[in-house]
Write a protein that binds this ligand. Structure first.
Ligand code: FMN
Length: 172
């Protein structure tokens, strides 16, 4: 597990190759088995492979989503605030477990932040995304995760980057 965590780096350029159905299902198993507060499972996942939809999603916010148009697969992670007051935590856990699972099955991924982000006109990216994927207005979008086969490998993290000074024992 630590090897996988050390190797996982955000990947923003992908090979033009579809992700197989069984690999998509493995990502979804990781999400659907993830822990949630009170086992409320307030999340919803929208799998997107349609290039036109991916292109539209890549423009849902001002910065840092453009590379989505070159990804073969994205999963939009939504939460229901009416089902849980900690939907953000629950959706974040499902997201990172999908990213770690992706690394373990030879896929790259990147988290694209949607919550609290806006487009060039100041519209909420979350509202833009919901319109594109026909999601109910009552849900919130946490992120979109881009997945695919890595077009280039990035060096894994080294021991040197570990910020051990962030760790405190017994008292801060
Ligand atoms: C909460 C969160 C939001 C992020 N938002 C974006 C984003 O909108 N676009 C993007 O390209 N990368 C995004 N990233 C990826 C980070 O830039 C990346 O994880 C960070 O630079 C560390 O690099 P690494 O993933 O290779 O370890 C996000 C990551 C997290 C955890």
């Amino acid at each position: 597990m630590l090897d996988i965590i050390q190797k996982r780096r955000s990947c923003r350029t992908f090979e033009p190759k579809k992700v197989e159905r069984d690999k998509i299902d493995q990502l979804l198993r990781a999400a659907l088995w993830s822990p949630t507060s009170k086992n409320n499972r307030p999340w919803e996942f929208v799998v997107v492979e349609n290039p036109e939809t991916l292109e539209r999603l890549s423009k849902c916010k001002s910065h840092s989503a453009a590379f989505l148009s070159g990804a073969p697969l994205a999963i939009v992670v939504l939460g229901d605030p009416a089902k849980s007051d900690v939907w953000i935590e629950d959706c974040s856990i499902a997201s990172i477990l999908m990213q770690i699972t992706a690394e373990s099955i030879g896929l790259g991924s990147t988290w694209i932040q949607i919550r609290l982000r806006t487009d060039d006109e100041g519209n909420l990216a979350s509202e833009n995304v919901k319109k594109i994927i026909n999601a109910p207005g009552s849900l919130e979008v946490l992120n979109i995760i881009a997945f695919g086969y890595k077009a280039k490998e990035r060096a894994p993290y080294s021991e040197d980057v570990l910020l051990w000074e962030k760790v405190h024992y017994e008292k801060f």
